[in-house]
Write a protein that binds this ligand. Structure first.
Ligand code: SF4
Length: 374
């Protein structure tokens, strides 16, 4: 059996956050039933093509998957299980907003077999949450974690954001400490990217909000690394930290270029070395458009992806696997770049792996570029 991961996109939200450029649609409650009907048809349609695969991980992302009735989520999982077998220890995650949870919903998720909850906490400062346009308040994060524990979740992630306009180092420290105090198993710490076309980008352009400079962003990242290490969380990817044994298996599949099937609007797939995606537009998805931009990857693209994704992780780039998969040692033709990066303290090579140092991770794009252009 080949391991397969499922990503299931639920594109509905209560309202649009100021920084969001994801495929998410507020105020579309009237389309929920139609959307899930289309999603279930898509799942059923895959059944004949997935012989030999077994689901190792599944992930409900969004949007806000916890906004819709839990019955939709449970039925979606049932359809997936009917389409292909799940490993007995499959990791099944649902992403949620702390403002959309209830004990009943959480118990229904557990009954459906969901064993991991990922909460978009983002900040523990109500002013910052308001400026981000989040629907929840800081106190609801702790409440959501307590409800989830009562419902039987023992694998909980909190997403946190830094580099927010107006965010001080103290506010970031408070957020990290508050997250640690809740005792969750996993933390993701993402730097805000101001995406063009969002209300946040307009505010920045008008001079009403200023994002911190690179030095401040790096200082916030370093604070996360040291604070979380002290609290027993290992940084296993640039933005992700876990207590031992609680690394997110689903995300590790992305970074190791494992196979995954994206279901629903805007979902991306990598299957049999071919990438494709569903339309980001809800209307296009509802009208039946599927599997767009189908592209079988060339060896050069596979190499670029492997380098770019593996160097995000603490495990690093497996040099033995590289030579086996691509027929030449990674160092061939890169001797100069490797020496420069190593002398500069950006990378280290040992035990057959190339890893980025703390400094290297701060400029991962540039390190990858130098290794690609070598
Ligand atoms: S909850 Fe997430 S997906 Fe929904 S609008 Fe906010 S950032 Fe976007």
């Amino acid at each position: 059996m080949y391991p397969l991961s499922l990503y299931i996109h639920i594109p509905f939200c209560l309202s649009k956050c100021a920084y969001c450029d994801f495929a998410s649609y507020p105020g579309r409650e009237g389309d929920w039933a139609r959307y899930f009907g289309a999603l279930w048809d898509e799942i059923d349609g895959w059944r004949p093509e997935l012989g030999g695969y077994q689901v190792a991980t599944a992930f409900f992302g969004g949007g806000t998957p916890t906004l819709v009735s839990a019955g939709y989520i449970a039925e979606t999982l049932e359809r997936c299980r009917a389409a292909l077998p799940f490993a007995p220890d499959a990791e099944i995650t649902i992403e949620g907003n702390p403002g959309t949870l209830s004990p009943e919903k959480l118990r229904a998720y557990r009954r459906a077999g969901i064993d991991r909850l990922s909460l978009g906490a983002q900040s523990f400062d109500d002013g910052l949450l308001r400026s981000l346009g989040r629907i929840h308040r800081a106190a609801q994060v702790g409440e959501a974690v307590r409800m989830a524990r009562d419902a039987g979740f023992n694998n909980i992630n909190l997403d946190l954001m830094y580099a927010l306009p107006g965010q001080t180092m103290d506010q970031w420290r408070v957020a990290l400490d508050a997250a640690v105090a809740l005792g969750v198993e996993h933390l993701s710490a993402y730097s805000l990217i101001v995406e063009p076309g969002t209300p946040m980008a307009a505010r920045v352009a008008r001079g009403e909000a200023a994002v911190p400079d690179d030095d401040a962003v790096n200082a916030m990242q370093r604070l996360a690394v040291s604070r979380l290490a002290d609290a027993g969380y290992a940084r296993y990817e640039i933005s992700n930290y876990a207590k031992p044994g609680f690394e997110c298996r689903h995300n590790l599949v992305y970074w190791s270029r494992g196979e995954y099937l994206g279901l629903g609007c805007a979902a991306h797939s990598l299957l049999r070395e071919t990438r494709f995606s569903n339309p980001a537009s809800l209307e296009a998805y509802l009208s039946g458009e599927r599997r767009l931009d189908v592209r079988r990857l060339t060896d050069a693209e596979r190499m670029d992806e492997t380098l770019m994704l593996a160097t995000r992780t603490a495990r690093g780039l497996d040099l033995v696997a590289w030579e086996r998969d691509f027929g030449a040692p990674f160092a061939a033709g890169r001797e100069g770049a490797l020496r420069r990066l190593s002398d500069g303290g950006f990378i280290e090579i040992n035990g057959g792996f190339l890893r980025l140092t703390l400094r290297g991770m701060e400029v991962q794009d540039a390190v990858v570029l130098e290794l690609t252009e070598a």
